[in-house]
Design a protein around this ligand. Structure first.
Ligand SMILES: Nc1nc2c(c(=O)[nH]1)N[C@H]1C(S)=C(S)[C@@H](COP(=O)(O)O)O[C@H]1N2
Ligand SMILES: [Mo]
Length: 404
């Protein structure tokens, strides 16, 4: 319960602040207005909005080459553009939109170069989906780990652009082309090979996010967008697309983003993200009180649509289906909620996502058994648990380091 303040106290406070000096300072004006917003005219309209001075939500950008979405501070499913996570291997290039060119060549009838204006003249299409980094797993995590540090390298956006299939029809893609290369114009010159099926299915050249031009960190002026596929393959600052009859075997796909498996083989192209979920509240550093608590979180799957999210409040012994909150979109963050009556005893709470392909989010032990001891910290999606102490403090349930 907030402190009890009477209306008369509020009015007296406002009058006092105003009466303290002949002309109220800006700060006093704000205080007076907050005490009773009906007595003083409010602020003016502005050319560009900002957040309330009371809202301090921001990304964790301590990584320098990466920043994380504060999942625990968000509501709904769309990530505000300035809170979308960022991951760039060699910094954010300053690309001049006038000088920007996209070359499409290789196994095509007509190699073509597109300006940004030309890309925008094609029929536009929009798509709401998540984008996640393949390395979205904590390196070292103590009990004081927040949701953003567990998996804040995932965000959901309404992307707008031109379907890659439209461009491929324009250049006359050869029916024998099986893969295409996507190359960025940053200092990392990020290059990835993508199967042509994804282009014919739902790949986009995106130039807008949530209604505005791409943010520089998201690949301004244009990027490749592959719904549900690992973040790394969504090449930003896209400058070149080359069609070929096989993969190009770039560094990112021969060494970095392959997954060694338990049977001694390796999974080379791990494009599609498996289903994952996390409880974002209550979570560290929340403190809960005995009684009703609404457990809230997000679930997503690169394979399709979230079909169910199970929640356990007894350390994984029993599970109940949580309520899914609309909209439930394919390959997008999906909200779940579950009412829980906490009796004040120590326990663990956790969530388990199930998608419409029947895939069930694994425990860490199951994932470990599947991937084996050589597994690296890529494409990890284990169930995450929060420990609720008897005093109500919520802590991250620490797992042994993945590489241990
Ligand atoms: N050109 C280029 N594209 C890139 C990268 C990069 O470093 N350079 N990073 C990739 C990685 S590892 C990820 S996870 C996503 C992150 O996209 P975001 O920064 O828009 O969230 O972009 C991918 N595309
Ligand atoms: Mo990434």
């Amino acid at each position: 319960m907030p402190n009890k303040v009477s209306r008369r106290d509020l009015l007296a406070g406002a009058a006092g602040a105003l009466g303290a000096a002949a002309l109220p300072s800006a700060r006093e004006r704000v205080q007076a207005q907050e005490a009773d917003t009906t007595r003083v005219p409010g602020g003016p309209a502005s050319a560009r909005g900002g957040r309330s001075p009371h809202v301090t939500v921001q990304r964790d950008a301590r990584g320098g080459l990466a920043s994380r979405t504060p999942l625990q501070d968000l509501h709904g499913t769309i990530t505000p553009s300035d809170l979308h996570f960022e991951r760039h291997h060699a910094g954010i290039p300053a690309v001049d939109p006038e000088a920007y060119r996209l070359l499409v060549h290789g196994m095509v009838e007509r190699p073509m170069v597109f300006t940004l204006a030309e890309l925008k003249r094609f029929p536009a299409t929009s798509r709401i989906c998540f984008l996640e980094c393949s390395g979205n797993y904590p390196t070292s995590a103590g009990p004081d780990t927040r949701p953003e540090a567990v998996c804040g390298m995932t965000s959901t956006t309404e992307w707008t652009g031109v379907a890659l299939a439209t461009l491929f029809r324009e250049v006359g893609a050869s029916p024998d082309a099986a893969w295409f290369l996507a190359e960025g114009q940053d200092a990392a010159v990020m290059t990835r090979s993508i199967p042509m099926e994804k282009a014919w299915d739902d790949a986009l050249i995106a130039y807008a996010q949530n209604g505005e031009p791409l943010r520089p960190g998201q690949g301004y002026p244009a990027r490749l967008l592959l719904p549900g596929w690992e973040g790394n393959s969504n090449v930003k600052w896209l400058r070149r697309v080359e069609l070929a009859d096989g993969p190009f075997m770039t560094r990112e796909e021969t060494s970095k983003y392959t997954d060694p498996l338990a049977d001694g083989t390796a999974r080379q192209f791990s494009f599609v993200f498996d289903a994952r979920s996390i409880i974002t509240a209550p979570a560290y550093p929340d403190v809960v009180e005995p009684g009703w608590v609404e457990i809230r979180g997000i679930a997503w799957s690169g394979r399709g649509t979230i079909a169910r999210v199970d929640v356990s409040t007894d350390g994984g012994r029993t599970w109940e289906s949580a309520r899914l909150q609309e909209p439930v979109l394919r390959q997008a963050h999906t909200r779940f909620r579950q009412l829980w009556r906490w009796d004040g005893t120590e326990t663990e709470i956790m969530s388990r996502a199930v998608d419409d392909t029947g895939y069930v989010q694994p425990t860490r032990a199951a994932l470990r058994a599947e991937r084996g001891r050589r597994a690296r910290r890529y494409h990890l999606n284990p169930i995450t648990a929060w420990r609720v102490r008897a005093g109500g403090q919520v802590e991250y349930r620490v797992e042994a380091p993945w590489d241990a």
